[in-house]
Ligand binder design. Structure first.
Ligand code: C5P
Length: 228
């Protein structure tokens, strides 16, 4: 397990990719993230690889259902002892509380408004408050219900920090090293900028996993962070 505050997004359909990425980065980064696609395609084998790596497991399966069902799903995931497990903050405080009660050792991590949604899309689904205000409201409500970490855009992180205080872990995707391709991320920050804005853990996928030399790509970001 490394010390860089990076969660590598292990997004692939091939378990061989995961093996390679983990071997190249496990001594650099603190955390490895399994998301929905990898979880549904590869399942527990992917999780086992992360557990064997010694890095923290970030299980990004974004639970969202009635509180009783979320409690059942969270308890079913207890066997993997994830450090972080994501739930949608929009599932409401009772749902977040149910997840926290089911997995007390895990940082239940509330995902606020997805960065793919803007004010117009939110209005389409009946949410008429501006996205920024909704993020703050959801973060406050999730923390009140026991969430110990929040996922938000790097552009929201300083306002979320003021809302929830210093003890909550703020996790940000949408991070790109200076000069890297944004891929489909729209409003990006560099790792150093995101940390300076108040993020504790940076989710980074393709700038590392898509690099020709994965180890060097991860090391370069870790060194950039160290120098800042
Ligand atoms: O490859 P990239 O660095 O864009 O990967 C970002 C990761 O963070 C992906 O696993 C993506 O699903 C996740 N994510 C995101 N934006 C959010 C929440 C999660 O990009 N708002």
């Amino acid at each position: 397990m490394g010390t860089a505050p990076i969660a590598i997004a292990l997004d692939s359909r091939e378990i061989e990719d995961l093996r390679e990425w983990i071997a190249q980065t496990r001594e650099i980064v603190s955390t490895l993230k399994i998301g929905l696609e990898t979880f549904y395609r590869i399942g527990a084998d992917a999780i086992d690889l992360v557990r064997e790596s010694g890095c923290d497991l970030f299980l990004d399966v974004k639970l969202h259902d009635i509180p009783n069902t979320v409690a059942g799903a969270a308890s079913a995931l207890a066997r993997y002892s994830p450090k972080y497990l994501t739930v949608h903050a929009s599932g409401g405080s009772e749902m977040v509380r149910a997840a926290c009660a089911a997995l007390p050792e895990t940082y239940i991590t509330a995902v606020t408004v997805l960065t793919s949604l803007d004010d117009q899309v939110l209005r389409e689904v009946g949410i008429c408050t501006p996205a920024q205000d909704t993020v703050l409201r959801q973060a406050a409500s999730a923390v009140e219900a026991g969430a110990r970490a929040i996922v938000c855009s790097p552009h929201e992180v300083s306002r979320v920090r003021s809302e929830v205080g210093v003890d909550i872990v703020l996790i940000t995707p949408g991070v790109r090293p200076a000069g890297a391709a944004p891929d489909d991320q729209k409003r990006v920050m560099t790792p150093v900028e995101a940390l300076a804005a108040g993020a504790d853990l940076l989710v980074i996928g393709r700038p590392i996993t898509g690099a020709v030399n994965i180890n060097s790509a991860a090391l370069a970001i870790a060194q950039e962070i160290d120098r800042s």
